[in-house]
Structure formats: structure tokens, C-alpha cells
Design a protein around this ligand. Structure first.
Ligand SMILES: Nc1ncnc2c1ncn2[C@@H]1O[C@H](COP(=O)(O)OP(=O)(O)OP(=O)(O)O)[C@@H](O)[C@H]1O
Ligand SMILES: [Mg+2]
Length: 353
């Protein structure tokens, strides 16, 4: 990859970054984080959190108000040209030209990076293959579906073999199937090309599926950062809800009969993996376990051994939504994106007229 000279060094390093727009909106309000080489790093947050603003400063299109950002070894304010040569960027709004073919779009993109005709032709073939558009390369983009346009857009961001690819909401407004295919391409980028991916999304599932590490952003700040499992573990563990019938007495093997709530609680806490046990107001037990899928059968076994019966058992893995709720007290809603997308599309159409 020829990246050995920076082995171990973060490929993106951001310190106390602030961006205040004219009019006083503090879109990014003191953000510090690092992205490692080869990592797929995600910015997750609701509309208006400051995700796009962060990306735009990292790709040198916006000047930070204060703080520092170093991308591929170069300061974004001091050496923007050097940064630009080493990164690719796919914007939140699809930016391909409808009146050209897929191939022609890639050619233009290649010229922007001063690639020669031969290199562009070779790279075009590679990236079109990767995003599965080879068969449509010579068709006008106006005949493409939304998902195909997005894939072409991503291909354009890859034409000059960037070290870091910035993807701003790569699947915004796309149907579930297309979204999953784009996820596959993003995974391929890292596996096959070793590219570092910095992406934003407000889809929790997307961040969960794709990102090695996630920063959860809200009101211009990072409220939590870590791997998806670290983030989820940070809020306690998996939740088991169990309804246990304690009415019957006596056990076949003459084992100890737990005595009332306290006894049952003690029993539950001896089950391997159970960290907490408390009784909810509806009488069910709520248990916290590091690995719920292993704790659940152990609970059934322990309870059965004491001649008690489990009437109901459910396990819930914490989601990133639970994590967001935990840190902000608000729900990160999936459906906000749809409305926002139609608003943006209208804006886009208007801008083009
Ligand atoms: N050019 C601008 N001028 C003034 N305010 C802006 C500008 N662009 C964005 N903002 C404001 O900055 C804040 C952060 O916006 P940003 O686009 O970075 O959020 P985002 O996390 O990308 O949101 P979304 O999920 O909707 O894309 C918002 O309050 C937004 O209104
Ligand atoms: Mg945005």
C-alpha cells in the first residue's frame, strides 16, 4: 500500500475542532478524535448534529473557526492541496451529471485529479466493476436508478485511489435492498483496497453493521465514542426479562428451595454471567448479563433445578439507540431521515433550475 511510513500514526487527527457559521450557529462545538489507518470510522447523529460540517472541514472545503485537523499527515488549513490529493469525498447529495454516461462522469472526475487518459480508463474499469455498473457504463446517468447513481458517485470518489474516503450519508433515502448492497461495497473498499473510510449516518443499524468505531454526535459534540460493542457494553449489558412461577414446593433432587424474593434474587445472582437481578413492578425479573445468549439457558437451568418454572423469558441486546438515549436522554429516530431527504431533493431540484 506504500503507507508504511505512517504505520501506527492516526490517518485523521482532530483536536478541539470548532466551526461556527456566520449568524452564530456553532455546528461543531469542540470535537477531538482520531481515526486509525484502515479503519471504518462512523459519525452517527441526528439531523443537524454537525456531521456534514465536520466532514467539510476535514476535506478542506470549510475553514475551522478554531482547533486543528490533520488528515494524511497534513494540516487542513495550512496544506489543503496536499490533503485533497490523498482523499476522496462523496457528498450527501448525489453529485453526478445526468446528461453524461457513467464512464464520462468518471472521466471528468479523473481529470479533476490530473490523471492521464490511460490511468482513467484502467481505474474506471476497476471501480465500475466494484460498484457493479460495468454493464451500464455507457448509458446516460439520467436512465439510472437512485441507487445506481449513488454507486456511480462512490466510484467517482475512488478514481484516484484515495487513502481516505469520506462518505457523507452514503445510503440516505435509498431502499433497504440498495442500502445493503452499498454496505457490501463499503466493506469491499476496506478489504480489497485497504482504504480508510470516514462516514456519517443517522441510521443506527448502518453504523452498527459497517463501522469499526463510532462517534455519536449531538449538538456539535461527541457524546460517546468506541466500537459498537464497547458502546453497548458501556450501558450495562444485555437485558433478560424473566417471569418465574414460585408457587410449587419441593424439587425432585431435594435441592434448596429459594425462600421468597431475596432467596430467588440470590439464586439468580449465582447464575454464571448474571450481573444484576431486580424485580420489576409487574413481578417479572430484569437481569443484566454480559452475554445474554449464554446467560439465558443458564437461568432456565438454575431455575429448573430448584423446581421453579419459567413462564416467559426474553432477551434484548442494547442497540445504539439505547446508547444514544443513555447519553442524551433522547431517542435517535430512524425516520427523521426520510423527511429530510425529500426536503433536500426538492432543494436540489430547485437549485438546478
Ligand atoms: N451554511 C450554513 N450556514 C449556517 N448554518 C449552517 C450551515 N450549514 C449547516 N448549518 C447548521 O449547522 C448545524 C449542523 O449542520 P450539519 O449539516 O453539519 O448537520 P448534519 O449532522 O450533517 O445533519 P443531517 O443529518 O441533517 O445531514 C445545523 O444547525 C445547521 O442548520
Ligand atoms: Mg449532513
Amino acid at each position: 500500500m506504500g503507507m508504511d511510513e505512517q504505520n501506527g500514526q492516526p490517518v485523521i487527527s482532530v483536536t478541539d475542532l470548532v466551526k461556527e457559521y456566520r449568524g452564530g450557529v456553532r455546528a461543531v462545538d469542540g470535537v477531538t478524535f482520531e481515526v486509525r489507518r484502515g479503519e471504518n470510522f462512523g459519525f452517527l447523529g441526528p439531523n443537524g448534529a454537525g456531521k456534514t460540517t465536520t466532514i467539510l472541514t476535514l476535506i478542506t472545503l470549510l475553514r475551522p473557526t478554531s482547533g486543528r485537523a490533520v488528515v494524511c499527515g497534513h494540516d487542513v488549513v495550512a496544506e489543503p492541496d496536499r490533503v485533497r490529493l490523498r482523499i476522496g469525498y462523496v457528498s450527501q447529495d448525489i453529485a453526478v451529471d445526468d446528461t453524461l454516461t457513467g464512464e464520462e462522469n468518471l472521466y471528468l472526475q479523473g481529470r479533476l485529479y490530473h490523471l492521464d487518459r490511460e490511468t482513467i480508463a484502467r481505474r474506471s474499469r476497476e471501480v465500475l466493476e466494484m460498484v457493479d455498473l460495468t454493464a451500464r457504463a455507457r448509458d446516460l446517468v439520467m436512465t439510472y436508478s437512485g441507487g445506481m447513481r449513488k454507486r456511480l458517485d462512490i466510484a467517482g470518489g475512488l478514481i484516484h485511489r484515495p487513502e481516505v474516503l469520506f462518505l457523507d450519508e452514503p445510503t440516505l433515502g435509498l431502499d433497504v435492498q440498495t442500502r445493503r448492497r452499498i454496505w457490501d461495497y463499503i466493506r469491499l473498499l476496506r478489504e480489497r483496497e485497504g482504504i480508510t473510510v470516514f462516514m456519517t449516518t443517522h441510521y443506527m443499524e448502518e453504523a452498527d453493521q459497517l463501522c469499526d468505531r463510532i462517534a455519536i454526535m449531538d449538538h456539535g459534540r461527541i457524546v460517546a465514542i468506541g466500537t459498537p460493542s464497547e458502546l453497548k457494553a458501556g450501558i450495562g449489558g444485555d437485558l433478560l426479562t424473566v417471569d418465574i412461577t414460585t408457587g410449587r414446593r419441593g424439587t425432585r433432587d431435594g435441592g434448596v428451595q429459594p425462600d421468597g424474593d431475596g432467596g430467588l434474587q440470590d439464586l439468580l445472582l449465582t447464575v454464571p454471567g448474571i450481573k444484576q437481578a431486580s424485580r420489576a413492578s409487574d413481578g417479572r425479573w430484569v437481569l443484566v448479563a454480559d452475554r445474554g445468549e449464554e446467560a439465558a439457558p443458564a437461568v432456565l437451568e438454575a431455575v429448573g433445578r430448584h423446581g421453579l418454572r419459567v413462564n416467559y423469558l426474553a432477551m434484548k441486546k442494547p442497540t445504539l439507540d439505547d446508547v444514544f438515549l443513555h447519553y442524551t436522554g433522547r431517542q435517535l429516530r430512524e425516520d427523521e431521515g426520510q423527511e429530510d431527504f425529500s426536503r433536500r431533493r426538492t432543494g436540489l431540484r430547485r437549485a438546478r433550475m
